[in-house]
Design a protein. Structure first.
Length: 300
């Protein structure tokens, strides 16, 4: 589980260098939207070199966003950067789980070519950037590759795909119905297949107060973590998605009760009835707390 996922342009030496010291749990080295098409070959070389230069990924995982596989650049992106052994691939413009499985097959071949452990390269699906994607979430429930560890959604490319001039209500500032549908389907699908649901970008990168409120809404809904488009957003995201001491203490009490009563499906605690979903949520809280604690220890 990762709290903050920071996009970094793959062709910017300055931004790549600065990202080392950013508190982001994961960097997404970008070969897609933030890189001009004529600079993609340069970005590939820079990303591969950067991956090779950072063998220690304990504190910060390194992912790469490739171009869509149905373009002339997608597969070539993979072929160029896999020698750097990225921790995962961020896959944009996904239409269905068929696209994710196709990426999984390519990764198997390239891992073999590079001598990497089979299955070591994971996948983050940007699951809502095409119109078709809103109609195909059910495909993830069938035979989707076990490389898929996270799903996120986005309203910017989806707005263009749907022909919308905006994705939010100008009066309330809330997402319009098609985009709320995309968010809900992404969350439900991720939870159904055991993947991490990751919140969408907060595009106003100067509005850190609004970002924090957005993070807390996402967390209440069930998302874990958020995509960042600016370095300053990561500390806010990390703070919002780090369980408090009170939350962790309560979660441990729930786990302890169930472990002491293995034959019971429901248990009372402080006047409330708890069942298996509460136990699963408690374990998620403890796992996230332990991950953040390990990272804090490494950073000290």
């Amino acid at each position: 589980m990762r709290r903050s996922w920071l996009f970094v342009p793959g062709d910017s030496e300055r931004k790549l260098a600065k990202a080392v010291d950013n508190p982001a749990d994961a960097l997404i080295l970008d070969l897609e939207d933030s890189v001009a098409k004529e600079r993609i070959p340069i970005a590939r070389d820079m990303v591969r070199s950067y991956l090779r230069s950072r063998a220690d990924r304990a504190a910060q995982r390194l992912w790469v966003r490739i171009n869509p596989l149905d373009t002339e650049w997608g597969l070539a992106d993979l072929a160029a950067i896999m020698a750097g052994a990225p921790d995962g691939i961020c896959q944009p413009k996904v239409r269905s789980a068929e696209d994710v499985n196709r990426l999984g097959h390519y990764l198997s071949a390239l891992e073999a070519r590079e001598g990497l452990p089979p299955g070591s390269t994971k996948i983050l699906s940007v699951a809502t950037e095409t119109a078709a994607s809103l109609l195909t979430f059910s495909t993830y429930l069938d035979a989707v590759t076990d490389r898929l560890v996270a799903l996120t959604w986005g309203g910017e490319d989806l707005a263009a795909a749907l022909g919308a001039s905006d994705n939010k209500n100008p009066r309330t500032g809330d997402y319009d119905d098609p985009f709320l549908l995309a968010k809900s389907l992404c969350l439900a699908t991720a939870r159904a297949i055991g993947a991490q649901p990751v919140g969408a970008v907060h595009v106003d990168f100067k509005d850190l107060t609004g970002l924090e409120a957005d993070c807390r809404r996402d967390r209440r809904a069930g998302f874990i973590g958020k995509i960042a488009i600016h370095p300053d957003q990561c500390a806010v995201i990390n703070r919002a998605f780090t369980p408090s001491a009170e939350e962790v203490a309560h979660a441990r009490r729930v786990i302890d009760l169930f472990e002491k009563n293995p034959g019971l499906g429901t248990i009372g605690l402080e006047g409330k009835m708890l069942d298996m979903p509460h136990l699963k949520q408690a374990r998620n809280v403890v796992a996230l707390a332990e991950m953040t604690s390990r990272k804090a220890g490494r950073e000290r």
